[in-house]
Ligand binder design. Structure first.
Ligand code: IMP
Ligand code: MG
Length: 182
């Protein structure tokens, strides 16, 4: 799907080739950090699935994969940060080396909630790998162990990230126009 065909797209931020090459680097970092262990990759639906599958293919230690689904919504005053699990993991994570895989860490509310929830299930270790990190908008401090790209304060789509559930299937990451109806 070419960027020119998509209404609302301003410019491409990361091409398919840049993404592939950076994912290989991060997978190598992860592989060396987890030598001798089995990683339980936990993907947060739906945004992380493209990243998780690409990453998993390049990790050189054994991996297991599970997913959880969340819904997040604003509270009565319109503030973000209310998160709940809509689809739980299939299996226990007790005693496992868990690597939580996110599409993007923005304010940090989602990640904080997930880390608190998963930490309560007694994994052997719990780390975070995110495809994108928008640190400039962080409201709550959360640990990020592995990241592919730091991004500017603009809304992005592609490689799993959506706008109204669209554009997740783009192979690249693109910045949306400020006026998204354009
Ligand atoms: P946080 O709780 O603010 O860190 O929100 C993270 C979630 O918001 C991500 O998992 C995405 O689902 C969504 N999100 C944040 N920024 C973007 C973006 O630029 N494009 C698409 N989704 C985004
Ligand atoms: Mg997400």
């Amino acid at each position: 799907m070419s960027a020119a065909l998509i209404p609302g797209v301003d410019r491409i931020l990361f091409t398919e080739e840049e993404i592939e090459s950076r994912i290989r680097e991060v997978a190598a970092e992860i592989s060396s950090r987890y030598v001798g262990k089995t990683i339980k990759l936990i993907g947060v639906l739906k945004g992380s699935i493209f990243f998780l599958t690409a990453l998993a293919r390049h990790i050189e230690v054994p991996v297991k994969i599970d997913f959880l689904g969340i819904s997040s919504f604003s509270n009565k005053s319109g503030a973000p940060g209310v998160v709940r699990i809509a689809k739980d993991l299939d299996d226990t994570i007790e005693g496992e080396d868990v690597l939580l895989v996110e599409d993007i860490v923005d304010t940090g509310f989602t990640l904080r909630y997930l880390l608190q929830t998963l930490a309560g299930r007694a994994p052997n270790s719990l780390s975070v790998c995110t495809f994108l990190d928008r640190n400039s908008r962080r409201i709550v401090q959360v640990p990020v162990d592995f990241r592919c790209f730091e991004i500017p304060d603009r809304f992005v789509v592609g490689f799993g990230l959506d706008y109204n559930q669209l554009y997740r299937n783009l192979g690249y990451v693109a910045v949306m126009k400020l006026d998204r109806s354009a």
